[in-house]
Design a protein around this ligand. Structure first.
Ligand SMILES: Nc1ncnc2c1ncn2[C@@H]1O[C@H](COP(=O)(O)OP(=O)(O)O)[C@@H](O)[C@H]1O
Ligand SMILES: [Mg+2]
Length: 263
């Protein structure tokens, strides 16, 4: 059975694309058949897996079928990445898809789901990176998802956005049925966690608060702030290619084992 995983949060810069791309690559390296679908105008996952995508014509990207082109289907815009997985590229002008989807009278949230159904059997895992907005694109990412990940950093603004995102998902669940949801705390030093030497600091208290606020949906796996993750991306690499033995790579593997492979 194919598992579909969506990464979302109303807030930008929380690590959606980083955690989506790095966990997708780890899963693919374990031998699974993986497809990454990028829905963001930053094209972070697209560039990482497919190289230079800013010159791609929109008919070679996800826009081809999101913009009501009944003759265009997802299989025509799937490209093979040299990193051992397949990817559907986003396009810098994703905003046009939002406008077009918003104008649709019926079924606007189900366009991506219909396309995924066409190719689902060819993959073990499908990872969807969605924009830092709650709009028609986000809704399209939620419909096919078995599990929804909400990466967040440990600060009040990110928490508010995470709560808004959870409410958006809850409203969607009234129409699409229940989904598994996990909040992932990103860029947090372990020393702020209970038992750590900084647990009593302001950030440490925020972590305890997150445990209460997001109790049943909070993943126990947190991702450290790692210069290796940033450097890897700047070099067009995932962390497992750049420094497979380092702490950040091991933690993302832990995230994969606990939250992805168990779905
Ligand atoms: N755990 C981490 N450690 C260090 N840098 C990170 C980490 N997660 C993300 N980043 C960096 O933070 C920035 C935002 O991450 P990104 O994944 O693009 O966020 P989003 O997709 O939510 O907008 C990027 O520069 C990325 O390299
Ligand atoms: Mg992103």
């Amino acid at each position: 059975m194919t598992k579909v995983l969506a990464f979302t949060n109303n807030k930008g810069g929380t690590g959606k694309s980083t955690l989506c791309s790095n966990s997708a690559h780890l899963v693919a390296r374990n031998g699974a058949r993986v497809l990454v679908i990028d829905m963001t105008s930053q094209t972070t996952c697209s560039s990482l897996f497919l190289g230079k995508v800013d010159t791609l014509d929109e008919s070679d990207t996800i826009l081809a079928f999101l913009k009501k082109r009944p003759d265009k289907h997802i299989e025509e815009v799937i490209f093979e990445s040299p990193k051992g997985l397949d990817a559907v590229s986003a396009h810098v002008s994703m905003a046009e898809a939002v406008t077009q989807l918003a104008a649709m009278q019926m079924g606007k949230e189900g366009v991506l789901n219909r396309e995924i159904e066409r190719i689902k059997d060819q993959y073990d895992y499908i990872f969807i990176d969605s924009p830092g907005d709650l709009n028609e694109l986000t809704a399209n990412a939620l419909v096919p998802a078995d599990k929804i990940f909400i990466p967040t950093r440990l600060n009040r603004t990110d928490f508010q956005c995470t709560e808004t995102t959870i409410r958006f998902i809850q409203e969607a669940e009234n129409f699409i049925g229940p989904r598994k949801v996990k909040v992932l705390i990103n860029m947090l030093d372990d020393r702020y966690k209970p038992g750590g030497i900084w647990a009593n600091s302001h950030t440490g208290e925020l972590y305890s608060q997150a445990q209460k606020t997001f109790s049943d949906v909070l993943s126990p796996v947190t991702i450290p702030d790692s210069t290796d993750i940033r450097t890897a991306f700047d070099r067009g690499l995932t962390i497992v290619e750049y420094k497979p033995g380092e702490a950040a790579a091991k933690r993302i593997q832990e995230l994969v084992n606990r939250e992805v492979l168990s779905v």
